[in-house]
Unconditional design. Structure first.
Ligand SMILES: Nc1nc2c(ncn2[C@@H]2O[C@H](COP(=O)(O)OP(=O)(O)OP(=O)(O)O)[C@@H](O)[C@H]2O)c(=O)[nH]1
Ligand SMILES: [Mg+2]
Length: 260
């Protein structure tokens, strides 16, 4: 029996949410991977949905809007006063993706230099990294490469999903936005990250962004689980085959014994 309350109705994902910009997205498919869809239908998702909690870390310069982004999504609140995050903080969000419960642990890390060494001890084991910058501050975009490099020291670059998020969209005029978006798309492509622009003040794209993060993280977790299982099955076949030959040998041996 589950002790957890049911997943909120507004956290249910039935279809793959679309990317923000096609030229800087993690994949161009418009729906979930067919193997993932059938695994969910047949309840073959293994640890995903039962025990697994996916860790997501949010990094970036001080005051770019990391805490506000998480608070807008998780609590639907916005605080205009800046309160620096000291070390780290985290929020849990429960989703249901293709009928399977799926939890995200969102780690909000400190951007201030003096807290960075505490925060970086929590980078390990992330399934996705959200590198955040302020759309009204080009220097914070330049610093994103360094943030990524630091976060990747503690994670496997080949399996972690990357998102580059420009925050405070409401602060830039359309003409300013066009300019910074050009640079941001370049950085995102270089990093192999998916690019998003959001505003925690107005809420623009916040829910869409986290639904995309949850869905892509879920999809990659299920694919990894299926791969693990098929590797285990191959191992099982080899083991059965080797047992077969042992059995054959034993029978033969027994036979010869009995003929003596
Ligand atoms: N106009 C506007 N202001 C924002 C937005 N997001 C955050 N802010 C403001 O920017 C300041 C910093 O926001 P935080 O979310 O605390 O920044 P942070 O990245 O968590 O900072 P550290 O914890 O020090 O790393 C606060 O005063 C927020 O109100 C936004 O979307 N629009
Ligand atoms: Mg903060």
């Amino acid at each position: 029996m589950s002790v957890l309350p049911p997943v909120r109705r507004d956290r249910i994902v039935g279809e793959l949410p679309q990317c923000f910009k096609k030229e800087a997205s993690l994949h161009s498919r418009t729906s979930f991977h067919p193997k993932v869809v059938s695994a969910c239908q047949e309840q073959r998702t293994g640890t995903v949905g039962r025990f697994k909690i996916s860790k997501i870390i949010v990094v970036g310069d001080l005051s770019v809007g990391k805490t506000c982004l998480i608070n807008r999504f998780c609590k639907n609140t916005f605080d205009k006063n800046y309160k620096a995050t000291i070390g780290v903080d985290f929020e849990m969000e429960r989703f249901e993706v293709l009928g399977v419960p799926f939890s995200l642990q969102l780690w909000d890390t400190a951007g201030q230099e003096r807290f960075k060494c505490i925060a970086s001890t929590y980078y390990r084991g992330a399934q996705a990294i959200i590198i955040t910058f302020d759309l009204s501050n080009v220097v914070s975009l330049e610093h994103t490469r360094q943030w990524l490099q630091d976060a990747l020291k503690e994670n496997d670059p080949s399996s972690v999903l990357l998102f580059l998020v420009g925050a405070k969209k409401d602060l830039s005029s359309p003409s300013q936005y066009v300019l910074i978006e050009k640079d941001a798309l370049k950085v995102a492509k270089e990093m192999k990250a998916e690019y998003w622009a959001i505003s925690s003040l107005t809420g623009e794209n916040v829910k869409e962004f986290f639904f995309r993060v949850a869905s892509l993280t879920f999809e990659s977790s299920v694919l990894a689980e299926l791969e693990k299982r098929s590797a285990r099955n191959i191992g099982e076949v080899v083991r059965i085959n080797s047992n077969d030959s042992n059995l054959y040998m034993t029978t033969k041996k027994r036979k010869s014994k009995c003929c003596k």
